[in-house]
Design a protein around this ligand. Structure first.
Ligand code: HEM
Ligand SMILES: [Cu+2]
Length: 692
């Protein structure tokens, strides 16, 4: 037996361009070479800086929720670079796609499949996991997640999925059936591999990670809230995180199961989803969308949470209609499980079934509308500061509403029959994902970056970048509504109607503006790092925040809070400020116990990546070996004593007293000087007047 299974030299995409030179092969091989160069350069750079030990100790083995959150965000941005490049490649192709186009139909199919898979699972999911990880323990006044090591393992499993996607770029191929990977298109008979196998393992393995995350978030919020923090005292972001956690717990298993069943079909001829032995593809469609629809709310609810915190912080008011916001969030979470069938209105359901799911889908507009009103009424007569997050908020309010309306249009089964699988659908979901998820993420980065790193991001660069995202989005995606109604199908490598051409040219211009916007993020980061002394806000509260994460230094110490705070109301920190008693010294300090670092995540990452790769290429020995390593390691580890890292009380006292002293020496900065270098993170509160 060949130790490389079915892997051959020709599977390396690097060579493709030499066999047969064309723009098509150049794009495919070029991407592969690019990925390899970037990887080698990264390894070389870390070696040159001599940072391997530091990387291992401080990051790869940490169980600190804050660092895990930051690593999720970094993973998301790395994968985003690839996803955007693919989006731009597809749009460039579409501009030439009248009767053909520069790319082959095969590569175009690979592009939309990797683009969709990566954007949903390895960009959007890491972004929301990043925020939930970073913020939830800080907002509920806790030291960490309920299960810190499991948290690290979840990150590792997500990283495995991302790694398999990156490997598929260089070794072999990806599947061509879109991010949903519908059989029989991805069945062994139609596509023996390796593409669908990469998809199956990337999704199944990372699906376990997301399920664990969902459990971890829910348990953390149920059990780890600071004393006194009732449910109705929780910050809105925490509420959205709780609903997301519950959604993840129940929605991800159907996906993982569907992926594993697809593996059984492909490897062992089970025929769950292919007709030959009585299986049925509709089984897959149901399972997939039982995950798929809640998934879009998994992605959007935390973004709603960010926008909710944003309007109250940057409008300088408490949230208007907190209770309705909470109820709306819960309603959306529940409804999201009752509408999945709207993804296959055209696949032979009876009219009655279609109507029921059409109505259920339309109902989601009610709580969503409530939210939009709550955000607007919170901003109404607020003392709004025109900062970067508010720019994103403005873009979001307008554009997301348009995206929502097009969703209501699609919820009508009879209209859906007309536009199903046209570019109208592509316009709709990008219209909710970019202004919703992406703008929420980027606004959130501007708000909480100073919390995580101790300095603010440059306002001017940030505003230019935000405008580029907004303008680029409009040009790239709004024309698709029109060509969709004109009948341009989705996932189609070519078209034959010259009327589409002008629209596709506008779209490609927009796509390059989005590429510039992406570069703008790095420009913003670069400018801010260069000016980090002027932008520093070590005292921790640069925006006059309302919730507990602002009541600690920036960046927060590993233990978050010197003593666990007592919570007596909503907006706990704003309340303390309005009563003139923030930053009080605790009566006594105690030793703090934290979970120790562990290599669990690293071991699991390496083993599961090896497993996915081995299964894809039929290297059975490696697959077995990697399973043995994981089990063996877990067994060995379970014999170890329970360890803890103890931070002595004197150390906690030293750090905390120094911080409080710095606050007392500092002069609070009011909102007019919030974006000037006078802002060191000690906000002079307006809440004194407002009475919180
Ligand atoms: C930023 C610039 C982006 C561009 C230029 C872009 C472009 C495209 C294009 C051209 C398609 C394929 C349309 C087709 O042939 O049917 C597509 C599909 C898709 N995009 Fe994007 N996109 C971008 C951002 C995003 C983001 C941020 C997300 C999600 C977070 C996303 C998620 C998807 C998904 C899920 C698909 C469907 C893939 C499939 O049909 O299997 N895209 N995008
Ligand atoms: Cu849906």
């Amino acid at each position: 037996m060949n130790i490389f299974g079915r892997l051959h030299w020709d599977d390396l995409k690097l060579w493709e361009v030499f066999h047969d030179f064309s723009i098509d092969s150049l794009v495919a091989s070029g991407a592969a070479w690019g990925a390899v160069f970037a990887f080698v350069a990264l390894i070389g750079w870390i070696t040159y800086l001599g940072r391997w030990g530091w990387l291992y100790r401080e990051w790869l083995t940490t169980v600190d929720h804050k660092k895990i959150g930051i690593m999720y965000m970094i993973m998301g941005f790395v994968m985003f670079a690839r996803g955007i490049a693919e989006g731009v490649a597809m749009r460039s192709h579409q501009a030439t796609a009248l009767d053909g186009g520069v790319l082959s139909a095969y590569h175009y199919a690979e592009l939309f499949s990797t683009h969709g898979t990566i954007m949903i699972f390895f960009v959007a999911m890491p972004f929301i996991n990043g925020f939930i990880n970073y913020l939830v323990p800080l907002q509920i006044g806790s030291r960490d997640m309920a299960f810190p090591m499991l948290n690290q393992i979840s990150l590792a499993l997500t990283a495995t999925g991302a790694a398999l996607c990156m490997i598929s770029l260089v070794v072999g191929a990806f599947e061509t059936g879109g991010w949903t990977a519908y059989p029989p298109f991805t069945s062994a008979a139609f596509d023996p591999g390796p593409g669908p196998d990469y998809w199956v393992w990337a999704i199944a393995i990372s699906g376990f990670g997301s399920t664990f995350s969902g459990i971890n978030y829910s348990v953390t919020i149920y059990k780890m809230r600071a004393p006194g923090m009732k449910f109705m005292f929780m910050p809105v972001f925490t509420w959205t995180a709780l609903c997301t956690g519950i959604l993840m717990t129940f929605a991800l298993p159907p996906l993982t199961v569907a992926a594993i069943m697809q593996a059984l079909d492909r490897y062992l001829d089970f025929h769950f989803f292919t007709n030959d032995l009585g299986g049925n593809m509709m089984n897959y469609a149901n399972l997939f969308w039982m995950f798929g629809h809640p998934e879009v709310y998994i992605l959007i609810l935390p973004a709603y949470g960010i926008f909710s915190e944003l309007v109250s912080t940057f409008g300088a008011k408490r949230i208007y209609g907190y209770t309705s916001l909470v109820i709306a969030t819960m309603s959306i979470a529940v409804l999201s499980f009752m509408v999945w069938l709207h993804h296959f209105f055209t696949m032979g359901n009876s009219a009655t079934v279609n109507v029921a799911f059409g109505i259920a889908t339309g109902l989601i507009a009610i709580p969503t509308g409530v939210k939009v009103y709550v955000w607007m009424t919170t901003l109404w007569r607020g003392r709004i500061r025109f900062t970067v997050p508010i720019v994103y908020m403005a873009g979001f309010l307008i554009l997301f509403t348009i995206g929502g309306f097009s969703g209501i249009i699609l919820a009508n089964p009879s209209i859906n029959w007309q536009v199903h699988n046209t570019q109208f659908v592509v316009a709709h979901f990008h219209n909710v994902l970019l202004p919703g998820l992406l703008f929420g993420t980027l606004a959130g980065v501007h708000i909480w970056f100073p919390k995580a790193f101790g300095f603010r991001l440059d306002e001017r660069a940030g505003k230019i970048t935000a405008m580029l995202w907004i303008v680029g989005f409009c040009l790239t995606f709004l024309p698709l509504y029109v060509v969709g109604l004109m009948g341009y199908p989705r996932r189609s490598a070519a078209f034959d109607d010259p009327a589409f051409v002008p629209y596709m040219i506008v779209c490609v211009i927009g796509a390059f503006i989005l590429l510039t916007a992406f570069a703008g993020l790095f420009a913003t980061l670069y400018i801010s790092i260069r000016n980090r002394d002027r932008l520093a806000v070590p005292l921790g509260d640069p925006w006059d925040g309302r919730t507990l994460e602002w009541a600690t230094p920036s960046p927060p110490p590993p233990w978050n809070f010197p003593v666990i705070p007592e919570v007596v109301s909503r907006d706990a920190f704003a309340k303390e400020k309005s009563e003139g008693r923030p930053y009080v010294l605790p009566p006594e300090y105690r030793d703090i116990h934290l979970p120790p670092p562990t290599a669990a995540g690293l071991v699991i990452f390496l083993a599961t990546t090896a497993f996915g790769f081995a299964m894809t290429w039929y290297m059975w020995w490696l697959a077995i070996l990697s399973v043995v390593v994981v089990i063996g390691w877990l067994v060995m580890r379970s014999f170890r004593e329970h360890e803890e890292v103890v931070i002595p009380a004197v150390e906690v006292r030293r750090v905390n007293n120094a911080w409080i002293e710095a606050i007392q020496l500092g002069k609070g900065v009011n909102r007019d000087h919030e974006t000037s270098s006078a802002n060191r993170g000690y906000a002079a509160s307006d809440y004194l007047k407002e009475g919180a």
